[in-house]
Design a protein around this ligand. Structure first.
Ligand SMILES: NC(=O)c1ccc[n+]([C@@H]2O[C@H](COP(=O)([O-])OP(=O)(O)OC[C@H]3O[C@@H](n4cnc5c(N)ncnc54)[C@H](O)[C@@H]3O)[C@@H](O)[C@H]2O)c1
Length: 702
């Protein structure tokens, strides 16, 4: 009889998730070398190729449970000496079926899914024979946890991603992760994976890093990974290899608590208590040292159920879905077939943005890239930056030495724009001044063919105005990257009045090859992200201008858990650029975008840094920003900033700057790091009642 009766009626469990893509669990026997007997190998495979990774919903868990039943029976009868779990090509397993999790309607049903996972996975660690996880490919969430339940683990050095992303999404690794991982590798390293990586834009580990942390006992090359893993397993079984795990240094209660306290400090710094999931994970890890397995798993079940029913999880799943789906298929995109090939790229400017853009084009398109600038020294500095970054990638073994020399050869500099002849796309990232941009495009147009796309990285100038006066204004498009280019995944692709479909299709195809998420936006002042961030900063600086203490304004948004404080944002953007964008927006919308006199004075004084090297605000800057007789409280500042955002978003939607509120959400998530726990910005403003209060209606239906 299937053990699944322990946690409910299998037919009912399967029926609860009718759309689940089921991950099957196939069992086959493998004769181990060295007379080590037979290993029953379970292969997890949802029947699709690697582009649709295997996930675990209720029906999948039941399939795995049935496979374990078969294996358990054979172990009892002495027919096998070991059991193993592995994945389909390139994928081990990527965890819970999030679509299904988002549909769970009650706390009891939420707890049932936690219990089901535990009941199935834990048997792998409780069989009559040792168990091995052979982590051959990407392993996330429940995929990592199923491996943690096994007695031993091997990992392929080619695995691109190992992570417990639950806290990033609004959950905890609640199928054993918070209990087993700290007990395996110690609380510090475990919390690095569970909390720190998850809260750092969902950072992933590669195979060797996971091995280094102790998540696996052995690592083998991808080419003969399974064969070598089985050979190693045989040697473990015959006693030829003994797996010695180094006990965690923090095994005393005090040290364990100190490790948790350090992670809590990190979490507070990031979130200021704004999202519950990482705090639940911290509590679970803190208690894992002294709990029994049953107690640990029961506590995980409860935390998981509470979180599955939380607003933050729904927000996380909404945001995740946008980044997985809408980001890959931009709304309003023209027919892809219109895209023209891009075999050579020109970059005008070799400054901060241009150099990063040149590097990205060379790496992802692998075509010749020519940078130009006003003098040889600037060109040398820009090209030098690109070459140095390529060398760093090779040094970190992210690319081979061969690749590095090929990429280095692709990126050259020239004082003359004549070198752009034959380019299919030229992007400019010169000074943010219309006259300079006009002049540059006119010079480029004289050299390139009539179909060469002319792209601009402008942050705030009108793309239509930039195209005016050219012989072929239809090939001009906005292609707005965010700094740092390698980190922020968004490109706002701006359609000017004259931009034709072929140009737009080419820009979008290039964006996809660059592995960026493109959102199509209308040619409106400062597009989406800069307009909203400037409105937000504008409200904060206006409060400071009126007399709100800098410290109060700086920390007013803390309860939202945004990725950085307003003045740190100002530092990152650069006070001069922020002022410039504010002035551009002030020219377009004087009522809503005042230019802060204090910010202007700061820029005019030549101040470029707001923060000192010790991450506190420069006292001179604080003094320059202080003064005024109408101070607000932190709450008032926060409310005012959020109300400003709601008003601006409503206007942007009315002006058709983007196709739908979802695109605003996507822009803020991908271009400004708007946190997953708030979901998109529009659902947050709806949920908090701000949209209704400020604009009279919600952005999206309830
Ligand atoms: N810095 C950011 O965070 C950021 C983010 C997104 C977009 N942008 C936009 O990117 C563009 C460039 O910004 P940046 O921060 O890289 O500036 P930057 O000052 O670092 O670089 C601009 C470069 O353009 C060169 N240049 C000026 N006129 C030129 C000409 N006629 N021909 C060739 N080269 C010329 C300058 O010498 C300089 O090296 C601007 O439009 C800016 O709004 C900036």
């Amino acid at each position: 009889m299937s053990s699944s009766t322990e946690f409910g009626n299998p037919a009912e469990i399967r029926a609860a998730s009718p759309d689940e893509v089921v991950t099957h669990a196939y069992v086959r026997d493998v004769d181990l070398p060295d007379g080590a007997g037979t290993l029953a190998l379970i292969t997890l495979d949802n029947g699709f190729d690697h582009t649709k990774p295997s996930t675990f919903g209720p029906a999948s868990l039941l399939e795995i449970s049935d496979a374990i039943d078969v294996v358990a029976g054979r172990a009892q009868r002495g027919e096998i000496t070991a059991a193993g779990v592995t994945g389909k090509p390139f994928i081990f397993a990527v965890g819970a079926d999030l679509k299904g999790v988002g549909l769970i309607g009650s706390w009891d049903a939420a707890r049932a899914i936690g219990r089901l996972g535990h009941a199935v996975f834990r048997r792998l660690g409780e069989l009559a024979v040792p168990t091995f996880a052979f982590v051959n490919g990407a392993a996330m969430g429940g995929g990592v946890e199923i491996a943690l339940h096994c007695t031993y683990r091997t990992i392929s050095s080619g695995v691109p991603a190992v992570a417990l992303p639950e806290c990033f999404l609004g959950l905890v690794p609640g199928w054993g992760g918070t209990y087993l991982l700290p007990r395996l590798i110690g609380p510090s390293k475990a919390l690095k994976v569970i909390v720190e990586n998850a809260l750092s834009q969902n950072r992933m580990l590669r195979g060797p890093q996971a091995f280094e942390l102790g998540l696996a006992d052995a690592m083998f090359e991808p080419a003969d990974f399974l064969e070598e893993s089985l050979r190693w397993a045989a040697r473990v079984l015959t006693g030829e290899v003994t797996v010695e795990r180094v006990p965690a240094p923090e095994n005393s209660a005090e040290d364990w608590d100190a490790a948790v306290a350090a992670a809590r400090f990190f979490t507070d710094g990031k979130l200021h208590g704004a999202a519950p999931a990482p705090y639940r994970a911290l509590d679970l890890v803190a208690a894992a040292r002294d709990r029994t397995r049953d107690e640990g798993f029961a506590a995980e079940d409860k935390a998981l159920a509470d979180l599955i029913m939380s607003d933050e999880l729904r927000a996380g799943i909404y945001a995740f879905d946008l980044t997985q789906k809408r980001a890959r298929h931009p709304a309003g995109a023209p027919d892809k077939a219109l895209a023209r090939p891009v075999t050579k790229v020109g970059v005008v400017g070799a400054g901060l943005m241009a150099a990063q853009i040149g590097l990205l084009f060379a790496r992802q398109l692998e075509v010749p890239v020519v940078l130009t600038d006003l003098d040889q020294a600037r060109i040398d500095s820009g090209v030098g930056y690109v070459h140095a970054e390529i060398a760093k990638l090779a040094g970190r073994q992210r690319i081979s030495a061969d690749q590095a020399s090929r990429l280095t050869g692709l990126v050259t500099g020239s004082l003359s724009k004549d070198e752009f002849a034959g380019a299919d796309l030229v992007i400019e990232a010169v000074f943010e001044e219309m006259t300079v941009k006009h002049k540059v495009f006119a010079e480029v147009e004289a050299v390139v063919g009539p179909e060469c796309v002319l792209a601009t990285n402008t942050s705030s100038l009108s793309v239509s105005a930039m195209a005016s006066g050219l012989a072929h204004p239809e090939r001009v498009v906005g292609f707005h990257f965010f700094n740092p280019v390698a980190v922020l995944p968004l490109v706002e692709v701006v359609r000017g009045d004259a931009t034709d479909d072929a140009t737009l299709a080419t820009a979008l195809a290039v964006g996809k090859k660059l592995k960026k998420s493109c959102v199509l936006v209308r040619d409106a002042p400062a597009f989406v992200v800069n307009r909203l961030l400037t409105r937000f900063l504008g409200e904060i600086t206006a409060a400071v201008d009126e007399g709100t203490p800098v410290d109060v304004a700086e920390h007013a948004p803390d309860p939202l858990g945004l990725p950085m404080t307003p003045f740190l944002l100002l530092q990152l953007v650069g006070p001069a650029i922020a002022l410039h964008v504010a002035e551009t927006l002030h020219a377009a919308f004087p009522d809503r975008f005042p230019v802060s006199p204090k910010l202007r004075a700061l820029v005019e004084s030549g101040q470029t840094a707001v923060y000192g090297p010790d991450f506190t605000m420069d006292p001179e800057v604080v003094a320059a920003l202080s003064g005024g007789d109408r101070p607000s409280t932190a709450e008032q500042v926060r409310e005012r900033a959020l109300a400003g955002l709601a008003e601006e978003i409503r206007l942007m939607l009315d002006e058709d700057v983007v196709a739908a509120p979802e695109d605003i959400d996507l822009c803020m998530i991908m271009g400004a790091g708007w946190p997953f726990h708030l979901g998109g910005i529009t659902p947050y403003l709806d949920r908090a009642g701000i949209a209704e209060k400020v604009t009279g209606s919600r952005f999206r239906p309830a």
